[in-house]
Design a binder for this molecule. Structure first.
Ligand code: 2M8
Length: 448
């Protein structure tokens, strides 16, 4: 599986070294100092890469994450490592206080979720395992993935749109994306909150790269409100100040529903489950189709030729063009004209993909006033979202562009290192240096 090309071979070894260094007996931290616990969607991406080098470890990664699943099926966005000091990361366990709530696991976790990429990861990891190891992995993961899907359907679905909502920008994984600017105006930013709590991210990263103090004041307020209502989703769907239907989250949910159908199918074929084959498989495929239809009906914009976030409180489709609006390219049931428009939007002035003038897929519209070259999810290219877009291009037969993006990422990370994110113009790396999902997804691209 290791590449023969010397540049790719060297990059492969570097990726393996980063993943080995970030492994903490049972799971991988996104970055040694900035993120010293286990993160939800990071672990899915990490497992997708790890399976090429250490499939047993990839299986352990996902099993460790679902060890933090709640009785209601939510997979929390952070599973805290008890051996790490509470104040090493903010907000830590003392902030979330999930241990005081019934139905939470013995490990400390956060109370919000992240995009559900886990069924996709599990399906790909299962394909790399064999014999008893594969049987054990599929048997152990399937109930957790079904419960996660059930949680999203039962507790997070907005009946008005047929889409799930996020209740906090952190749930999107694209934390300070301009797509949340308008909904966040309704959330008062109280600077006094930042005197009560201390941000730890600024000990390890440049303040110019990270979300602002005002962003954090809003993040804290939203998390406190959810926590103080015992993480009750019925309350949140009615009353949370931030309630948004995000195209990327929903697309990844639909993608996971398809993977879940395939995983059930695999389990049935190999005699690993007593679940009646047809019901589960058909149900999850149908769910994926329904989500795709809802995405097109509710979040598609003819003007921009891409998907946009919907502020459920105001009913307004958000004007910001962000990478999240390109991620639905992953879905196989998208109408052909939408696939064409999405690729055109990605290759146009706003994202300039394939033009040779930018690296990866910019996280935000290059022509917008709100574009910033360095600040987190407001411009720079990330390997995970670029990788997701590549998966969509491959699915829809746009192999030449997929290949060009892949080769660009190989050159970028070989030159700038396995950083958290990159300036799309200069290619300079920002954030953490040895970032796990960058390493893992580069392994996946090198293997393909
Ligand atoms: C970033 O988010 C965390 C909060 O969850 C943070 O800024 O402290 C995001 O990039 C998110 O997508 C990612 O999962 C997390 C860990 O890598 O860091």
């Amino acid at each position: 599986m290791k590449p023969i090309d010397p540049l790719e071979h060297a990059l492969w070894s570097r990726c393996v070294r980063v993943l080995a260094a970030n492994w903490r007996s049972g799971s991988t931290v996104p970055a040694g100092r900035l993120y010293p616990h286990q993160w939800s969607w990071d672990s899915a991406f990490i497992a997708i890469g790890l399976r090429h080098w250490a499939p047993g470890r990839a299986a352990q990664e996902l099993r460790s994450l679902v060890g933090g699943q709640w009785d209601d099926g939510r997979v929390p966005h952070i599973v805290f490592n008890p051996r790490v000091a509470d104040d090493a990361y903010f907000p830590g366990p003392a902030f979330w206080r999930t241990g005081f709530r019934a139905g939470t696991p013995p490990v400390e976790t956060s109370g919000i979720v992240q995009p559900p990429v886990h069924a996709v990861a599990a399906l790909r990891v299962a394909a790399k395992l064999s014999g008893e190891a594969r049987a054990r992995f599929v048997r152990s993961m399937l109930p957790h993935l079904l419960a996660q899907s059930d949680y999203l359907h039962r507790r997070r679905l907005d009946p008005g749109t047929g889409l799930v909502v996020i209740l906090h920008p952190w749930e999107s994984g694209l934390d300070n994306s301009p797509a949340w600017d308008e909904p966040l105006v309704a959330v008062p930013a109280d600077p006094a909150l930042l005197t009560t709590y201390t941000r730890r991210d600024l000990d390890h990263a440049d303040a110019a790269d990270r979300p602002t103090g005002e962003d954090y004041a809003r993040y804290i307020r939203l998390a406190l409100a959810y926590r103080d209502h015992s993480y009750d989703d019925a309350w949140a769907l009615r009353s949370a100040e931030f309630c948004v239907a995000d195209p990327a989250f929903n697309a990844l949910w639909a993608w996971s529903e398809l993977a879940l159908a395939d995983l059930i199918s695999l389990a049935v074929t190999e005699g690993l489950t007593n679940r009646p084959a047809e019901s589960g498989i058909a149900e999850h495929r149908r769910a994926a189709r329904q989500i795709t239809v809802a995405l097109v009906e509710r979040l598609w914009s003819h003007e921009s030729g891409m998907f946009h976030a919907l502020d459920v409180r105001s009913g307004r489709l958000q004007p910001a063009r962000t990478v999240g609006g390109l991620i639905p390219l992953l879905l196989p049931d998208l109408p052909r004209r939408i696939v064409d428009d999405l690729v055109e939007a990605a290759c146009g002035d706003a994202f300039a993909v394939g033009s040779g003038t930018v690296h990866g897929v910019p996280s935000h519209d290059l022509t917008a006033e709100t574009f910033t070259a360095r600040r987190y999810w407001r411009g720079p290219a990330w390997v995970n979202t670029t990788w997701l877009f590549i998966q969509g291009l491959r699915l829809h037969g746009r192999d030449r562009l997929a290949r060009a993006l892949r080769d660009d990422l190989v050159r970028l990370t070989s030159g700038s290192g396995l950083c958290e994110y990159f300036d799309v113009h200069s290619g300079a790396g920002h954030g953490s240096k040895d970032f796990s999902w960058t390493a893992a997804l580069m392994l996946d691209l090198l293997a393909s």
